[in-house]
Design a protein around this ligand. Structure first.
Ligand SMILES: NC(=O)C1=CN([C@@H]2O[C@H](COP(=O)(O)OP(=O)(O)OC[C@H]3O[C@@H](n4cnc5c(N)ncnc54)[C@H](OP(=O)(O)O)[C@@H]3O)[C@@H](O)[C@H]2O)C=CC1
Ligand SMILES: CC(C)(CO)C(=O)C(=O)O
Length: 325
């Protein structure tokens, strides 16, 4: 099996290193100092499960890699719309694209029977640019339950979780999912193939939609947000509204708000990826979280005043950040 990791950052390099350990032919596509460090010393993974180093091929030029069986997409979702030229050299007729993104994926309504089948979510897929770059028939869904950070160029700190749930948008159990799952498991990850990955999408999103923007606005860790009575209540309100939107598009996450909150609390003094991006002055990946769910609320008639308010302030924060870059 040949895999390219496009955007070999915190999550991508971690997955690439794991697959390489399983004997997969892995090509990491990265850039800058991080790429230089990987080229000279490999990917060093620091993890409570036992540190290791992997030496997959690394480049900034996808044409050097050529067509692969699977592209694992580790870019931030805000870059998907412009990823076409990077991804094109990696594709053959049956190449799949497995995107690690949080939030609502661009394929969400693809292959989903019901009133919204085929609906394109503008805030996720503006003008269809993401679908053009990442054609729907290539998409395998992925929900990431792991938490990792780039500690320094070439060094990935794995904090917790090894689960990368995957699944076809139409729920079929396919050969391509089975093959990727087997390789990931051999590399030490959990990689169940789900028939209903949308349920995982919403379970994960219940946490991200609340913790990620609040963490950036309040500059607080996950545990810090849970400790403060006011922000804890805010999280509960945002989760409640999110579950309502999920049910209106036909999905019951099947987990209580208290249980989801306890799960997030376990992350402790962890800075969400949004807070980490804010601190680095990078654009915030919030469209696929908040804007998407507010758009779905408008589509389905759900009342989401809390999501709308937090969306407005975090969107302004992001606009100011982008203007400053
Ligand atoms: N980290 C985590 O714990 C989790 C992350 N996720 C999801 O995974 C996805 C990736 O997140 P994460 O790994 O944290 O993000 P990172 O920023 O660490 O990784 C993205 C990487 O892509 C690189 N990149 C961007 N554009 C290019 C390009 N044109 N050529 C080569 N490399 C490029 C970035 O380089 P540069 O830094 O130079 O821009 C960076 O190294 C996100 O959608 C996130 O929501 C989901 C769950 C947990
Ligand atoms: C906090 C974490 C790791 C899990 O909810 C995450 O998904 C993020 O930081 O974006």
């Amino acid at each position: 099996m040949k895999v390219a990791v496009l955007g070999a950052g915190a999550i991508g390099a971690y997955v690439g290193a794991a697959l390489h350990r399983a004997g997969v032919e892995v090509h990491l596509i990265a850039r800058g100092q991080h790429l230089q460090a990987i080229r000279s010393a490999g990917v060093r993974v620091l993890t409570p499960r036992g540190d290791f180093v992997a030496h997959p091929h690394a480049t900034d030029d996808p044409t050097q890699v050529g067509p692969v069986d699977h592209v694992f997409l580790g870019l931030k979702a805000n870059s998907y719309a412009s990823a076409g030229p990077m991804i094109k050299p990696l594709l053959h007729g049956t190449t799949s694209v497995i995107a690690a993104q949080n939030g609502i994926p661009w394929w969400y309504f693809h292959g989903l029977k019901g009133p919204y089948e085929g609906y394109r979510i503008e805030s996720v897929d503006p003008g269809g640019a993401v679908t053009t770059a990442l054609p729907l028939h290539r998409a395998i869904g992925c929900v990431v339950y792991a938490a990792t950070e780039i500690e320094e160029p070439g060094v990935i700190r794995h904090l917790e979780g090894t689960r990368f749930s995957i699944g076809e948008p139409n729920g079929e159990l396919t050969e391509r999912c089975a093959a990727f799952s087997q390789a990931a498991i051999e590399g030490g990850l959990k990689c169940p193939v789900e028939r209903d990955l949308r349920r995982d999408v919403w379970i994960k999103l219940m946490g991200n939609i609340a913790f990620n923007p609040i963490s950036a606005l309040a500059r607080a860790t996950m545990a810090g947000i849970c400790r403060h009575d006011g922000t804890r209540e805010l999280v509960v309100a945002m989760m409640r509204e999110t579950v309502d939107v999920a049910s209106r598009v036909g999905c019951d996450p099947g987990i209580s708000i208290e249980r989801r909150l306890r799960g997030a609390e376990k992350a402790g003094e962890h800075k969400t990826s949004t807070l980490q991006d804010l601190e680095k002055g990078k654009p915030l990946e919030l469209d696929v979280l908040l804007a998407a769910v507010v758009e779905l609320a408008d589509l389905t008639g759900a009342n989401v005043p809390t999501l709308r308010a937090i969306h407005a302030v975090s969107d302004l924060l992001n606009e100011n950040l982008v203007r400053a870059v």
